[in-house]
Design a protein around this ligand. Structure first.
Ligand code: AMP
Length: 142
């Protein structure tokens, strides 16, 4: 089975939702999940997804908007413990830079580093870095 974009049905984010792929989870409820980006653009780069697989924003059902956006805001509050400056972004379609065809919001903290749209090399997050970021993001209830 392929998506309208022509991508194979196997989806790494579905694997994360199913608990078959490892991740650094920062928030989860019945319908949504947030976890650290494996190749962060900046420290604390987080992704928020609906658990139900959709490739695109326009495939969401109206009754899914609220839960998903609530999780985005919840995660933004936690990212604000790192910095008040961040981008919230969705890459939609291959030409817009979408690589994983499971809808996701990026929350990308910005520090006093090169401009938000400067391209910089990305390396896989180290386990100790991930644990330190998780500690700084704190608990959802704090
Ligand atoms: P996009 O280019 O908008 O599709 O972004 C996909 C994002 O998913 C990139 O920032 C990747 O670093 C990230 N990513 C890919 N695989 C994983 C994974 N297994 N766990 C966490 N993030 C991932």
């Amino acid at each position: 089975m392929t998506s309208p974009e022509g991508h194979a049905a196997h989806c790494i984010f579905d694997e994360i939702v199913a608990g078959r792929a490892p991740t650094h989870k920062i928030y989860e409820d019945k319908d949504t999940l947030a976890f650290l980006d494996l190749f962060p653009i900046t420290r604390g780069h987080t992704l928020v997804i609906p658990k139900r697989h959709v490739d695109r924003l326009t495939e969401l059902r109206e009754n899914e908007y609220e839960d998903l956006f609530r999780t985005v805001v919840t995660v933004c509050r936690r990212v604000e413990r790192l910095t008040k400056d961040y981008n919230v972004a969705i890459n939609q379609g291959r030409l817009a830079g979408q690589l994983v065809f499971h809808l996701h919001f990026h929350i990308i903290p910005r520090y006093n580093t090169p401009g938000p749209f400067a391209i910089s090399p990305r390396t896989r997050i180290r386990e100790d870095e991930a644990q330190a970021v998780l500690a700084d993001l704190g608990d959802v209830s704090e």
